[in-house]
Each structure stands twice: as structure tokens, then as C-alpha cells.
Design a protein around this ligand. Structure first.
Ligand code: AMP
Ligand code: MG
Length: 507
């Protein structure tokens, strides 16, 4: 085994505000390279997520002035054990070979009120896995990652979290010159499909097994019970748990109109979290073929393709796990779970959006409900009705009672088609009190999502040194189902200039 420097020995764990666990490091040096973040010039706090600190029961002092240098990458948190992990992956349908943390540096794993949590600094400088990249992240994309992580959390959608955002005047070259920033992100684990693909592709079954065992033991212990349904095969159970979490995640993305934009296997979390925020977008006008990533010329990651891409990615994961599962038929059978599980999960999400839950959700009604959903989505698509507005207005109209539904026809040019759908919906709801359904619908159909133009306004202000809009959006998006009187403008349709926004992979 090669020797590597024990950087952790330099840190003084006794004065740490965190109780470190660092279980990932037990895997050994085949899985990562220990290194320090690269210093960042003249850092300032742009955002500090004190609410997340509270949720984790980490001391508020962790984000005080004293720790600014640590979250900028200029000093080490006492007891941290910084490293970058290696992974591979399929990008845009092609095997891309070795990738790895090219600009995210893992500081460690610490105990929290929500279980052990890992911390990464994204944009903290080059690593052995940077390839030709500079190891940095620009302020623009870091604001988008910070805000969207927290917006997803506010929506109840699993995501990595954002702990802090540090800005710097340090120049970074992209299409134009921009400035650097560092996001501290937090998750129980940052393991991706690509971590397992890496060792499998090399035929390194021993390390593949070690990594799968680590994931099962520390992050997905439910695999042990699940294995009983798979003839005691715990690796089949691992695939099963991941496909199930992925199906749930995709159903939630589709339900809220979220496009990820870069669903490569290295951007797929083993824990079913939304990870790696790049050219993502919450759709404005509903368009199933919507492509949010300007670089995705083929539309591989278009909104309506996301569920199938997730399956394709799970197939890659299955292939990677085959040397451990050792049974091709069993592997394919586990994957089949997604084909039934995803539509079921999506059906549940869409029925909840329509208020069709509880007693209304009988088995026989489910089939009929799906045609109601499909016909509605076709109608929304044909008129490019704003996705978020539609669902919120429907919820509000229901909460106010059927007569209030009259105003909704203004959303449609083809009013007879809308009226025909509405009549079917009304018949389906039957005698159930619309007010009660409407109140439940207001808890699943958000008033506020992080539309591109909202992020863009916060970015432009921050680029002029004013971070207040990030804070406003962060506060708002923590409770996107509340009305927030006075902040109605944040629920408005995008202004004309937003149509010109082009969001690419460049970050
Ligand atoms: P992404 O498409 O953003 O998920 O990135 C794919 C791979 O490129 C990952 O291994 C990233 O760590 C790496 N990467 C992206 N941008 C940079 C950068 N500016 N410097 C170094 N590595 C990067
Ligand atoms: Mg990535």
C-alpha cells in the first residue's frame, strides 16, 4: 500500500467546534487523495446558513468571523482531514473514464443532530482529478447552487445542503472573466453512481466491494433487511434501494417542473439526493421537451426524458454492481422495480397536486386519474401555461370553492378544452369538499420556485458586492408553500429579458 502524508495530524482536533468521525477515510488511499484547499484572495462571507447550523445542532460559532478563512479554504478547521475522491462516469451517454472531485474538497464527516454529515468546499482549488480545470467555481454558479440546494430542501425534495457561500475578487476565466466563490455543502454522503463505476470499470472487485460495503454499512443500512427479498443478496438490495430512491427523486423533480440539466452518472447520488447544481431550471411555461442546458444540443436531458435517463443511469450502476451481485437475471429483475416504481411514485405526486389523496386514491381510481393528469399536461403543454402558476391557482381556486374556478379559464386560449377537463376533474372529486382538498393542495403546489430570472437578479447584485438579494431569496424559498404577503412579485412570470438567458455547463 503506498504511503501518503497524514495531513490530519497537523490539525488540532481538541479545539474543533465539530466532533469529527471521518468514516470515509477508513476506505484507504485508493479512494482519494489527501490535499489542502488552495488559498483564496480576500474572502468575504456572502451567505451563512444559520438555520442549517441549528438543524444540525452545530455551534453558531462555526460560521463566525473566526472561521471565514476555513470556509474560504485558507485555513483548516481543527480536526478536518481534507481530501478529494476519485470517481468515473458516463457523460452524455458516453463512458468518460476517470473524473473525480476536480474542484470539491472534502473536509470531513462530523456528528450532527441529523446523523453524521460530510462537508465539502466546492471551488476550493485544483486536485489530481481536475483534468484541465482550474479547480474554481464562479460566483454566478455558486449562488445558483447555494440557493437551489436550499430551495429544494424547502420544497421537501432530497438534496445536498448549502452551509455557506464565500465570495472573492479572485478572477476566474470562463466565457468572460468572472470572480471566484466557494460553497460549503453538506450531505450524509457525496457518493455518486460514478464512485462504484470507477472501481468496477477497472475490474477492481475488492475495492468495488469495499466501497459498496461502506455505503451499505454507513449510509444505506436498510439494504440488510431488503436483502431478504433478494435471496440474501445484499448488493442486489443495494441496487434496489438506490433505484427506489432515484424513482422517488425523479417523481418529485417532474412534479415541481425541475430540470437538472446534466444527469451524467457522476452527477447521480447513491443516496437519491439532488446533487451538482449546474444549468438546472424550474420550468416557466410548461414544455415537456424543455432543454435547460444550452450545451445539451441533442436534448438528452430534456425535462420529459429525465425519468428515462435516470433508468439508463441505473442500468450503468447495475452493470457496475454485477461483479458483486453475480447474477445477471437477478440484476435485471431488480432494475425492473424502477419501471413500476417510478410511474407509481409520479402518480402519487401528481394525484397529490390535484388533491386526489386519501379516500380518493382507491386502486381502480388510479388508472382513471392518470388519464386526467395526462390530458391536463397536454393541455398545459399546448398552451405553454406557466407550470407553477397553474398548480398554485388551481389549489387556490379549490380552497376558495368551485365558483372561484371561473378565473382560471383566463390561463387558456382554448377555453372549451379547459372546461371539458375541469368538468371531468369536478366529477372525479365528487362530493369531497373542495376547500379541504384545496388547503392540502396549497401544501404541495409551491407559490415560489427559484426561477432563472430570480437567481439572475441576485447574481447581478452580488457581482456588484450586494448579497442581500441572495438572503431574501433564501428566506423566501425556505417556505415556498406560504403566501409571503408583500413578496408577490417573486411569484410573477419571468420578465421579457429572462427569455435571453442562456445557462450552460460553464460554471
Ligand atoms: P460537472 O459536469 O460539473 O459535474 O463536472 C464534471 C467533472 O469535471 C467533475 O469531475 C468535476 O469535478 C470536474 N470539473 C468541473 N469544473 C471544474 C473546474 N473548474 N476545475 C476542475 N474540475 C472541474
Ligand atoms: Mg459533477
Amino acid at each position: 500500500m503506498p504511503s501518503y502524508p497524514d495531513l490530519a495530524a497537523h490539525a488540532d482536533a481538541r479545539s474543533s467546534p465539530l466532533t469529527w468521525t471521518h468514516r470515509l477515510t477508513q476506505l484507504g488511499p485508493q479512494f482519494f487523495t489527501r490535499l489542502h484547499p488552495t488559498p483564496l484572495a480576500a474572502p468575504v462571507w456572502a451567505m451563512r446558513n444559520l438555520d442549517l447550523l441549528k438543524d444540525l445542532a452545530w455551534p453558531q460559532s462555526l460560521l463566525d468571523e473566526q472561521h471565514l478563512q476555513a470556509f474560504a479554504g485558507n485555513a483548516l478547521l481543527p480536526g478536518a482531514d481534507p481530501l478529494a475522491t476519485v470517481y468515473s462516469g458516463h457523460q452524455f451517454g458516453q463512458w468518460a473514464g476517470q473524473l473525480g472531485d476536480g474542484r470539491a474538497i472534502w473536509l470531513g464527516e462530523a456528528q450532527s443532530a441529523l446523523g453524521p454529515q460530510e462537508i465539502q468546499l466546492k471551488g476550493a482549488g485544483p486536485t489530481p482529478y481536475s483534468r484541465r480545470g482550474d479547480g474554481r467555481a464562479v460566483l454566478r454558479s455558486s449562488i445558483r447552487e447555494y440557493l437551489c440546494s436550499e430551495a429544494m430542501h424547502g420544497l421537501g425534495i432530497p438534496s445536498t445542503r448549502a452551509l455557506s457561500l464565500v465570495a472573492s475578487p479572485e478572477p476566474v476565466r470562463r466565457e468572460v472573466m468572472e470572480t471566484a466563490a466557494v460553497v460549503a455543502r453538506v450531505a450524509p454522503s457525496f457518493l455518486r453512481f460514478g464512485h462504484l463505476e470507477h472501481f468496477s470499470a477497472q475490474g477492481d472487485v475488492a475495492n468495488l466491494r469495499a466501497l459498496a460495503d461502506h455505503a451499505i454499512a454507513h449510509h444505506l443500512p436498510e439494504c440488510h433487511a431488503r436483502a431478504e427479498g433478494w435471496g440474501g443478496n445484499v448488493y442486489a438490495a443495494l441496487l434496489d434501494v438506490v433505484q427506489e430512491r432515484t424513482a422517488q427523486l425523479l417523481a418529485q423533480w417532474q412534479g415541481v417542473g425541475f430540470c437538472h440539466g446534466v444527469m451524467n452518472t457522476d452527477n447521480m447520488s447513491l443516496l437519491g439526493l439532488t446533487i451538482d447544481y449546474g444549468p438546472f431550471q424550474f420550468m416557466d411555461g410548461f414544455d415537456p421537451g424543455h432543454i435547460c442546458n444550452h450545451t445539451d444540443t441533442q436534448g438528452r436531458y430534456a425535462y420529459s426524458r429525465q425519468p428515462n435517463v435516470a433508468y439508463w443511469n441505473l442500468f450503468c450502476l447495475a452493470q457496475a454492481l454485477l461483479p458483486l451481485i453475480e447474477d445477471q437475471d437477478l440484476t435485471l429483475k431488480v432494475l425492473e422495480g424502477y419501471k413500476t416504481g417510478f410511474p407509481r411514485a409520479l402518480g402519487a405526486v401528481m394525484r397529490a397536486k390535484l388533491g386526489l389523496t386519501g379516500d380518493l386514491a382507491t386502486e381502480s381510481a388510479r388508472e382513471a386519474d392518470w388519464s386526467l393528469v395526462e390530458d391536463l399536461l397536454q393541455l398545459l403543454a399546448s398552451e405553454r401555461v406557466d407550470y407553477t402558476h397553474f398548480w398554485r391557482q388551481l389549489s387556490q381556486a379549490m380552497a376558495a370553492g368551485w365558483p372561484d374556478m371561473q378565473g382560471m379559464q383566463d390561463l387558456f386560449l382554448d377555453r372549451p378544452r379547459w372546461q371539458a377537463w375541469l368538468a371531468r376533474y369536478r366529477a372525479r372529486v365528487g362530493a369531497a369538499p373542495s376547500q379541504a382538498l384545496g388547503l392540502a393542495m396549497l401544501r404541495v403546489n409551491p407559490k415560489f420556485v427559484l426561477r432563472n430570472h430570480l437567481a439572475e437578479i441576485a447574481i447581478r447584485q452580488a457581482q456588484n458586492g450586494d448579497f442581500s438579494e441572495i438572503e431574501t431569496l433564501h428566506n423566501l424559498l425556505q417556505s415556498p408553500f406560504d403566501e409571503h404577503p408583500g413578496l408577490e412579485a417573486y411569484a410573477d412570470l419571468p420578465p421579457d429579458w429572462a427569455g435571453q438567458l442562456e445557462i450552460s455547463c460553464s460554471s
